[in-house]
Design a protein around this ligand. Structure first.
Ligand SMILES: Cc1cc2nc3c(=O)[nH]c(=O)nc-3n(C[C@H](O)[C@H](O)[C@H](O)COP(=O)(O)OP(=O)(O)OC[C@H]3O[C@@H](n4cnc5c(N)ncnc54)[C@H](O)[C@@H]3O)c2cc1C
Length: 387
């Protein structure tokens, strides 16, 4: 038995013993996801037990160093853990912008003190983070952001407004882009700041979506005082941190809806497809594309871990993954017929398909639009100026 075989056997046995049966069921609704945080709400005893067991082993972030609350696993071991979790349908124990976005940026740019403090809290699900990038005048052109941050000697003073801040009203802390040098060229006067959403002067106002939910907010900062040691990386060089984090955000978004258990759409819709050959062909075509996308994702992740990734890859994945996810939900709606459009009936499970379909419309906007991703891919592949 090789070391990896032994690791697989041990992992399988541990998961069998520690993953509650309820946590092996597919997630059906928002509350099935565990987000942790200071005011964490657990849907069940099993959900909390599963998060705690995985966090105690460092497996909420299996490939982070053990010194920061991670599992210290190699890329090959991390892959085995994911395969073994998928084998029993184990849910992700902790959803977190800390894990998928801020953590990788802190590992690269954070000070030792910041890594020890924040990464450990993220790994244990103690702090829920939100992302303060977009502003009313800065979306695709993010570097135009205007939120001001002044050096007041013993603290930073932040004033301005963010928008589309997902879960800002539920988050404990924010990772935020601020302008620290208004006189510098726009990409050069930006810094990357962390602060507590409970600080005096921070307020949020939820924005309603067509899906009926309100997952994101306008976020206002009025004379918010932030301790000096909460700036990440070098003053006025926050754009480097921001771009690095965006690469990880795009990878995360690219996998949404498709990366998971790998169930074929044809299998999921088998009972409604019998007599529609055109729809069957469309779904078969989708399943082949989804399979190719999963294989491509796996290759990209291996290349990334080996330090061989092309700088255009996160944008390619983001573009392909989100367009595919939208196509998937178009097909689910087509298969559901007019029943799927019902908003409140039991027959449509309270409009579940329609709400999910509408939500996917945002996939090719959040984290940078499809048009912007295509622009980045073109620039980086062709090595054009500004790439
Ligand atoms: C569900 C969701 C969650 C989000 N969560 C967050 C969050 O937590 N934190 C956060 O900071 N932001 C968040 N955002 C904001 C998101 O990052 C922005 O919506 C996105 O970057 C686009 O910016 P914009 O909405 O201002 O559109 P604009 O930049 O105004 O774009 C409008 C249109 O112009 C096109 N366009 C713009 N520039 C170019 C170009 N150079 N080339 C070609 N076409 C172009 C775009 O593709 C788009 O079609 C979220 C957005 C969504 C939808």
């Amino acid at each position: 038995m090789t070391d990896l075989d032994a690791f697989r056997a041990e992992t399988r046995a541990w998961l069998e013993a520690n993953c509650p049966a309820e946590m092996r069921e597919p997630m059906r609704e928002e509350s099935d996801a565990c987000w942790g945080g200071r005011n964490a709400v657990f849907k069940s005893v099993a959900q909390k037990a599963w998060m705690d067991a995985m966090a105690a082993r460092g497996w909420t972030v299996p490939d982070w160093p053990t010194a920061y609350g991670g599992g210290g696993l190699s890329p090959a071991e991390t892959k085995i853990l994911k395969q073994e979790m998928a084998r029993i349908g184990a849910r992700n124990p902790l959803m977190s912008f800390g894990i998928s976005m801020l953590g990788p940026a802190l590992l690269k740019y954070g000070s030792e003190e910041q890594k020890t403090l924040y990464l450990t809290q993220i790994a244990r699900g103690e702090i829920r983070w939100c992302q303060g990038y977009s502003e009313p005048g800065a979306g695709s052109d993010l570097a135009s952001l205007q939120t001001r941050c002044e050096d007041k000697g013993d603290h930073w003073l932040v004033n301005g407004q963010k928008v589309w801040t997902s879960y800002a009203d539920k988050a404990d802390w924010i990772f935020c882009l601020v302008r620290t040098d208004p006189a510098a060229p726009k990409h050069k006067g930006i810094s990357f700041l962390l602060f507590d959403m409970a600080s005096p002067g921070v307020s949020t106002r939820p924005i309603l979506l067509i899906s009926g939910n309100s997952p994101f907010c306008e976020t206002f900062f009025d004379d918010v005082e932030v301790p000096k040691d909460q700036l990440v990386g070098t003053l006025n060089k926050g754009w480097d941190v921001a771009k690095y984090l965006l690469g990880h955000e795009r990878e995360m978004i690219s996998g949404m809806g498709l990366g998971g258990q790998g169930e074929s759409l044809g299998a999921a819709l088998a009972d409604v497809l019998a007599d529609d050959p055109v729809l069957r062909a469309d779904i078969a075509r989708f399943d082949v594309d989804a399979m190719a996308f999963r294989a491509m994702s796996e290759r990209f992740i291996d290349e990334l871990k080996a330090g061989q990734a092309h700088s255009a890859q996160p944008s390619m994945m983001k573009y392909a993954g989100t367009e595919l996810n939208k196509a998937r939900h178009e097909l689910v709606m087509a298969a559901g017929g007019s029943n799927a459009l019902e908003w409140d009936s039991d027959r449509s499970r309270k409009g579940k398909s329609a709400r999910e379909w509408l939500r996917t419309k945002a996939n090719s906007i959040e984290g940078g639009t499809s048009e912007v991703q295509l622009g980045i891919v073109a620039k980086r592949i062709l090595e054009l100026p500004g790439a």
